[in-house]
Design a protein around this ligand. Structure first.
Ligand SMILES: NC(=O)c1ccc[n+]([C@@H]2O[C@H](COP(=O)([O-])OP(=O)(O)OC[C@H]3O[C@@H](n4cnc5c(N)ncnc54)[C@H](OP(=O)(O)O)[C@@H]3O)[C@@H](O)[C@H]2O)c1
Length: 291
């Protein structure tokens, strides 16, 4: 395969959004997943090169040489081993295999999760906050990230870890459906902070960071305004003229942290959807639900 600009390994919702951004900039993109037949036809029509790849066995594939590698495979489940596989073992294995073949990328971006940030009793966390390695989920994600950055150091690749908040956008509109159907509830006993990013801004953020002259390793990819779940639901209900969501006694949310995107904003990134209001506003308008 000819050298390409970007090799996206684990090309699903985020990967496809990133591919669309890069293709629109005229870059060449390989979109790889175990079932490439599921890649969006529009993406292939726009020029993405489909590829079959299982990150569990990269040695079995004809791998492309690329400037930039983006790792965006999702964990198979919510177990510690699945998290470590998705964020650590799979990405490191691919970096090692590319190095063995002498086709290491210059930079590699790992799409990780804000689940790696420790809960903070409703306070703010950012890239400088210490993780809580005793928490099974946070520990598994952070150990995965470290395995990735260690493999990058061994193979001479510049690593970038992009911790995404909850991703929403076209096709991921569960909250809208819940509000419309009058079954949206929230945990009345806790603040239930949510940190989210519109998929298009998330994809643009990866492209932006990967293009910086001297990027930091760690980035929080969330919009400018953490929001209580109850406030997001109330906002949607008001816009949709739907029943006001109610507190549910049996609902228990973690949501004890507010993740800051100050580093991303300070790097010159301009959000198209700085808060849930603009992001959901665009989704509601696209569906003809509001003017
Ligand atoms: N969704 C969220 O709200 C959210 C929030 C924070 C962080 N994240 C993280 O962001 C990343 C991307 O999320 P997403 O929403 O884009 O996930 P997604 O839509 O499920 O896409 C992930 C892709 O990875 C591929 N994949 C899974 N295992 C693979 C393997 N072993 N080898 C090759 N490809 C594999 C899957 O395709 P095949 O099955 O065809 O292989 C799928 O297309 C994930 O790491 C996720 O944990 C997501």
């Amino acid at each position: 395969m000819d050298r390409v600009h970007t090799f996206i390994a684990g090309c699903g919702y985020v990967g496809e959004a990133l591919a669309a951004v890069l293709l629109a900039e005229g870059k060449t993109v390989v979109a790889a997943r175990r079932r490439p037949e599921r890649l969006a036809p529009e993406l292939l029509a726009a020029g993405a090169i489909p590829m079959a790849l299982d990150l569990g066995a990269p040695e079995e594939y004809d791998l492309p040489a690329a400037e930039l590698l983006v790792l965006a495979a999702s964990p198979e489940g919510r177990t510690q081993s699945a998290y470590f596989e998705a964020f650590g073992a799979g990405p490191s294995g691919l970096l090692e295999e590319l190095a063995r073949r002498g086709i290491s990328p210059k930079r590699a971006v790992l799409v990780s999760s804000t689940g790696a940030f420790a809960e903070a009793k409703g306070g703010w966390v950012d890239e400088l906050s210490s993780p809580n390695l005793d928490d099974p989920v946070q520990g598994a994600i952070v150990r995965g990230e470290r395995a990735f950055t260690d493999a990058a150091a061994r193979t001479g690749v510049r690593p970038i870890v992009a911790r995404f908040g909850g991703i929403y956008g076209p096709g991921r509109e569960r909250l809208i459906a819940e509000v419309l159907e009058g079954r949206a509830t929230y945990d009345g006993a806790h603040d239930g902070w949510t940190n989210r990013i519109h998929v298009h801004d998330g994809a643009r953020a990866i492209a932006h960071i990967a293009g910086l002259a001297d990027p930091d390793v760690l980035w929080a990819i969330v919009d400018r305004e953490p929001a209580r779940r109850r406030d997001v639901l109330a906002h949607l209900a008001a816009r949709l003229d739907a029943p006001r969501p109610v507190a549910a006694a049996d609902k228990s949310e973690r949501g004890e942290k507010r993740v800051s995107s100050a580093r991303l904003a300070a790097s010159g990134f301009v959000f198209r959807y700085p808060t849930y209001r603009e992001g959901y506003g665009a989704l509601l308008a696209a569906r003809g639900l509001v003017r």
